[in-house]
Design a binder for this molecule. Structure first.
Ligand code: OOG
Ligand code: MG
Length: 258
């Protein structure tokens, strides 16, 4: 694919995110997966050029529930930046988003630079702390409709994240109950076991994906492990809370409809 097409697709998706305006998916076969990651990288570089900073990475489709909801069955990854971080316990302005959905996640804070493929046995050693988190995903494609290549180019629908209190309690993380309530009503429930069998395995996958594209992740980065359940559409005037057994809880509010 010519560099020009990559630059143009990156600009289109970056503008769509910046202006919270949906765009059509690309015509099937417009680009392959390798080019989709090039488009993703180029769109993130535009953010960075505006003064945004890289804070870590996210994994997507690490659970069957997510793969089934979105009809995509490969693990994907994208970048998390400073401006995506929403205040825990605060108000999230939905006007910043197109058609936001929320999903429960486990977030890791890394303790060492990930600069090579690591094994499952090593994974815990790379973690400084773990927190319950809520990811706000917001596909830039109309109707949240995309192919694997489309969603990768769109930085895996990354839009916002709310990270709860950090903890160093890792036992129980392999099979912890996960519940999301909206205005006190349970809307999503599952287990962290749904995330590749154990959320720590996402670090193994992340290390392989990073190595494959010759990138490293510095210590002190965030790694979002991917949702344990399907995602839930966000509406104004809501209190969203996620509880993960053995970890704390994480919550935020959406503002009133304007
Ligand atoms: C793509 C992002 C997937 C996850 O946790 O699996 C993801 C999407 O569903 O729009 O963030
Ligand atoms: Mg997610």
């Amino acid at each position: 694919m010519s560099g020009n097409i990559i630059t143009n697709a990156a600009a289109l998706l970056d503008d769509a995110a910046f202006n919270a305006q949906a765009v059509d998916q690309f015509a099937p076969g417009s680009f392959d997966l390798a080019d989709a990651y090039r488009i993703q990288r180029a769109s993130i570089q535009r953010r960075v050029a505006r003064g945004d900073g890289i804070r870590g990475i996210k994994l997507g489709f690490t659970s069957r529930a997510k793969m089934i909801q979105m009809g995509v069955d490969s693990l994907i990854w994208g970048w998390l930046t400073e401006t995506m971080i929403e205040e825990e316990g605060g108000f999230v302005d939905l006007a910043r988003y197109i058609h936001p959905r929320v999903e429960p996640e486990v977030c890791f804070l890394t303790r060492r630079t990930i600069d090579r493929p690591i094994t499952a046995l090593e994974a815990a050693d790379y973690v400084e702390a773990v927190a319950p988190a809520l990811e706000i995903i917001d596909s830039r494609y109309r109707n949240f409709k995309f192919t694997l290549e489309d969603v990768v180019a769109d930085n895996c629908s990354s839009a916002g994240l709310v990270v709860g209190p950090w903890s160093r309690r890792f036992d129980g993380l392999g099979n912890a109950g996960v519940g999301v309530t909206v205005n006190g009503r349970l809307v999503l429930s599952g287990s962290t076991a749904a995330i590749l069998g154990h959320p720590l395995r996402t670090l193994v996958q992340a290390s392989r994906l990073l190595s494959a594209c010759e990138r490293t992740l510095p210590a002190g980065s965030l790694v979002m492990a991917g949702a344990a359940t399907a995602a839930h559409a966000l509406t104004p005037g809501s209190h969203i809370r996620c509880d993960i057994n053995g970890l704390d809880r994480v919550e935020f509010f959406t503002g009133a409809a304007s």
